[in-house]
Design a protein around this ligand. Sequence first.
Ligand code: SF4
Ligand code: SF4
Length: 343
Amino acid sequence: MLYKVMGRDVFKDFVKSLISNYEFIGPKRKDKAVHDFVPIKDISELDINYKRTTIPPAKKILFPPDEKLVAYEVNEKIKVRPVVESSEKVLFGINAWDINGMNFLDRFFVTDFVDENYLERRKKLIVIGMDSEPTETNFSPSMDSEYAKDGFDLYITELKDRYFIRINTARGDEILKKYSVTENALVKDFKDYNNYMDNYRKKFKLDVNIKDFYDNFELIYDDDEFWEKVAKNCYSCGSCNLACPTCFCFNVKDDIELNLKDGNKTREWDSCMLPEYGLVAGGHNFRPDKENRLKQRYRCKLKTFLDKFGRYACVGCGRCIEVCLAKINIADNINSIKKEVSV
Ligand code: SF4
Ligand code: SF4
């Protein structure tokens, strides 16, 4: 990691150069409360001071909701052509917990199988991180995700009169040299950065007791009364999965042309909260009840990947809390499992 500082006077020109020279994706206001990561053509469209986290998350750039994987042609012989669509892009202004979400997906998409489509896009994505204001539903510090150690090229922190920049890749270093003027960070810059981080962490108000969850979950796992209470109002709509930066489940379907010869295999996001998720050939459903689906979601997020990758499949972004019409709150539920077990 290299550390540099950039003056406020050159920051704007740096961003403008990136917009002119790259396909540039950044946060733009969609309506009063929501921002989205979209292509930016002019700096006036960019709003890096977004408070509410973007819905859907930036994972859509690496793992689109709907994507062609394979094109095929059925004649005497079957011709199959993989479809990998990717181009170099700058993703600007993504915050630490969403970078950590992408880091989780990086791991998922190369373990057990290697997903070329995801990998190609990730390699070509120049990631420039910046902190954003946490919402009241955000519990990233509890999940160790309010700070990103890797998964980006540059991470820019806005101090009072300058920007503190962490350079994580040679590509990031080259971009900075080519499009801006920076100086090496000195002791005073590090001190100001540390003060900034101390104050930044104080902005996260929601605290989740995740440390005891791993064991306590097993004790509560068969408590039907508890899960009935938690999932009582769930509509099984799947919004919590779609909004989540680490959910990766997908379906693959065939789109066949009317000539019955040409077709594509397409994947689209799936959701473990939908009733048909556990439905298999023959009509058996492994998880027909919403209580079981919700508890399985918590197991996947908060236990399974801790065993498999040594990290949670949850970065504490709070999006699933914000989008849930039934007000099902993963943070409250983690804490209430602790309370239940402690009574
Ligand atoms: S927990 Fe909420 S968002 Fe998720 S499926 Fe149930 S109602 Fe929908
Ligand atoms: S489970 Fe909820 S809080 Fe955790 S990363 Fe997914 S959307 Fe964010």
